[in-house]
Design a protein around this ligand. Structure first.
Ligand code: B12
Length: 212
């Protein structure tokens, strides 16, 4: 089960003036996947490496992934959709997955305008992606997709969203794999130093015992 995670090549010209920033989402997902035994995983940062569509094609040709995962915030959605379109053209049998803040809320629109995306992961990805990859690995996909919490997909002309997945409850079990990132690429220019973005903002659900 070969997994390829890619950050789309979108540039806002805003916060990036201060440097190249490591994409934290991939470290968190890679950690969860590897802990679950899915360690044939590679990450390509098309944004930081400013990869053209042809370069992305070359990588997809070499990697021959079974699953291609991409992220998107709202401004980068069309770049992400295009990246997954190229992936689907090159590997029609691979499963294309999109996650991140934009698709979490706008899955209906995204799946309508980009029908080549097989699954959207809504919300925190660590547990949902493991459920999804396990289903693919065990050849239960796509028959079982309605039973996987926290995803959305197309069924013919309809967009289906499964029940929301619970947020990750055991925060201590979150173990990002920072080793997937090419650290020499991520520099904060004003200090000419390497930069990291650990995620400190997750809280237990306030309704849960831990949150009270
Ligand atoms: C760090 C950060 C940055 C960094 C980005 C570093 C990088 N290379 O990724 C920098 C400083 C460069 C940046 C820039 C910008 N940012 Co910013 N940024 C953030 C911030 C503070 C944290 C993001 C983060 O890393 N979170 C931690 C990770 C672990 O969480 P996550 O990304 O959500 O990923 C989880 C899930 O979403 C899911 N997931 C995500 N991707 C995928 C993919 C798959 C396949 C799966 C299965 C799951 C999955 O699983 C992950 C683990 O649970 C957020 C605010 C926030 N608190 O989220 C704003 C935020 C994402 N940024 C935002 C914006 C607008 C921008 C800029 C456009 C600002 C500007 N005008 O220039 C630029 C865009 C730059 C670019 N080229 O993309 C907005 C996006 C709003 C929206 N609707 O999309 C946010 C939400 C802030 C806000 N509230 O307005 N940003």
């Amino acid at each position: 089960m070969r997994i390829l995670l890619m950050h789309p090549n979108y540039h806002s010209g805003g916060a990036e003036i201060a440097g190249n920033w490591p994409p934290a989402w991939v470290a968190y997902l890679a950690g969860a996947l590897k802990s679950a035994g899915f360690d044939d995983l590679r990450f390509v940062d098309a944004m930081t490496n400013d990869l053209s569509e042809d370069q992305v094609r070359d990588i997809l040709r070499d990697e021959k992934p079974d699953i291609i995962g991409c992220t998107a915030i709202t401004p980068s959605i069309y770049k992400a959709e295009r990246l997954l379109e190229i992936a689907k053209e090159m590997h029609p049998d691979a499963v294309t997955v999109l996650g991140g803040i934009h698709a979490t809320f706008m899955y209906n629109q995204v799946l309508t305008e980009a029908p080549w995306i097989d699954a959207i992961v809504r919300g925190e990805g660590e547990e949902i992606i493991v459920d999804l990859v396990r289903a693919i690995d065990e050849r239960r996909w796509p028959q079982c997709r309605k039973d996987i919490k926290g995803i959305a997909y197309r069924d013919g002309d309809r967009v289906i969203a499964t029940a929301a997945a619970p947020t990750v409850k055991n925060l201590d079990a979150i173990a990002p794999d920072w080793g997937v990132l090419q650290w020499d690429k991520y520099i904060y220019i004003p200090m000419n130093a390497r930069v990291a973005i650990p995620n400190m903002a997750r809280l237990p659900d306030p309704r849960s015992k831990e949150g009270r």
